[in-house]
Design a binder for this molecule. Structure first.
Ligand code: NAP
Length: 277
């Protein structure tokens, strides 16, 4: 790229129209008065490789990657961070000047940074964490919870074998609980996370009994549409401290923005408002 070119970045997915990332990055570019553009790129799996190879030549300095490409990109990247390898998926790409594609996963970073910012009193070592779900997002959440020093993670998923696979990968600090008994996990847990898509607009509700939730525990949902899910509403009614999923989405975007546009952005109220527009 020549010296004076305006840096481009974007988010690659299929479909991509729903993505909040273009609003978020446009807000930061404007707030910090930086040159650059961030655009949604609707790319199907068949075209992914050729598009990725062309993007640096077109002036792209990097991209976010979302469903359904997060795993496939692992095979196409030239360099992969340890955390992306551990999570088994990629959400952030950097196109290096030497032509190499550098792949990272910032979902776990986004999750834990959001939790720390939104619940400053949260102490990861205060007790076990209960995690519902064992999909791609759960892997990122578990990596970051273990890293933060959570002593034990109780995990439950409708398809038990997926939770058992996580235990096989992450080890003895994980205990698998049957999905029909998922509610029992909450009795001990001081941190509770929903990583399933249940409760999201257009998806079935989360039906796990919540009577076991402890007052004072920190409860968070990765679902952010609606912003305050029924799970969070009920948890709040039981005296839990709740954290919504929008913050994770905003925080996971920070490392990419900093690498592409040269400035580390802040997540504040104006950022949330911009992403919700
Ligand atoms: P995924 O890999 O498709 O996993 C979906 C999870 O939801 C699995 O655990 C799945 O269980 C469970 N699930 C789906 N339908 C269910 C049902 N009817 N009953 C019980 N469990 C059900 O998706 P993902 O990438 O992990 O994402 C999960 C959610 O997190 C999505 O809503 C996504 O939007 C959200 N997310 C948010 C952020 C953020 O920044 N806030 C980041 C990433 C993801 P099975 O294994 O049994 O199918």
């Amino acid at each position: 790229m020549s010296e004076n070119k305006i840096p481009l970045a974007g988010v690659i997915g299929y479909p991509i129209a729903h993505s909040k990332s273009p609003l978020l990055h446009a807000h930061w570019l404007k707030t910090y008065n930086l040159p650059g553009h961030y655009i949604p790129l609707d790319i199907n799996t068949e075209d992914l490789e050729v598009v990725l190879r062309m993007m640096p030549k077109m002036g792209f300095v990097g991209a976010n990657v979302t469903i359904p490409h997060k795993e496939r990109v692992l095979e196409l990247a030239d360099l992969i961070t340890d955390r992306a390898t551990l999570i088994g998926a990629v959400n952030t790409l950097i196109f290096r000047p030497d032509g190499k594609i550098h792949a990272d996963n910032t979902d776990g970073y986004g999750f834990i940074t959001n939790l720390k910012q939104s619940a400053p009193h949260w102490n990861p070592q205060s007790g076990p964490a209960a995690v519902m779900g064992a999909g791609g997002a759960a892997r990122a959440v578990i990596t970051s919870l273990l890293d933060a020093g959570v002593p034990e993670i109780l995990i439950s998923n409708r398809t038990k074998i997926r939770a058992e696979a996580l235990r096989a990968d992450f080890g003895k600090r994980l205990t698998v609980v049957d999905w029909v008994q998922a509610g029992n996990m909450f009795e001990e847990a001081t941190t509770v996370v929903n990583t399933t898509s249940l409760g999201m607009i257009g998806k079935p509700p989360l039906r796990v009994p919540l009577d076991g939730l402890r007052a004072g525990s920190v409860v968070t949902d990765l679902v952010y549409a609606p912003l305050k899910t029924n799970f969070l509403v009920e948890a709040e009614q039981r005296g839990c401290f709740i954290v919504d999923g929008l913050g994770m989405l905003l925080h996971q975007a920070i490392p990419g923005f900093e690498r592409w546009f040269g400035l580390r952005p802040e997540v504040d109220t104006a950022t949330r408002t911009a992403a919700l527009r």
